[in-house]
Design a protein around this ligand. Structure first.
Ligand SMILES: [Zn+2]
Length: 114
């Protein structure tokens, strides 16, 4: 996948999040029961967007960490050893001596994802 395509995907997710945020802001204008329905829909939308991001990240070769669900996407960081990958949620960092330390493999085997 080329860089312009990645940027388009990133922009699309950002717009989705902004749209969800706008609905969240506007829900206070609705009567109580409708606010609850909108809250439930917003929560489902947030989860769906997060899962879609994870699927795309996985397809692009990013590793996932199993410390939360949806699984956080591990990002590359510079370390004294070179380049490792770190979970933005819990701070777990891969060991440079063992680049395939099981973070993604464990997620894949338990979720049935490929
Ligand atoms: Zn983590």
């Amino acid at each position: 996948m080329d860089l312009p395509t990645l940027q388009l995907i990133k922009d699309a997710f950002q717009l989705l999040r902004e749209g969800i945020g706008a609905v969240k802001d506007a829900k206070s204008l609705l009567p109580g029961p409708q606010q609850e329905a909108v809250s439930a829909t917003i929560e489902k939308a947030n989860t769906t967007v997060a899962l879609a991001e994870v699927q795309i990240a996985k397809a692009l070769g990013f590793r996932l960490h199993r410390c939360a669900f949806p699984p956080p996407i591990m990002l590359e960081v510079k370390t004294p050893h070179g380049q490792d990958q770190r979970c933005p949620a819990c701070g777990y960092t891969t060991n440079y001596n063992s680049p395939d330390d099981g973070a993604e493999r464990s997620w894949r085997s338990e979720s049935g994802m490929r």
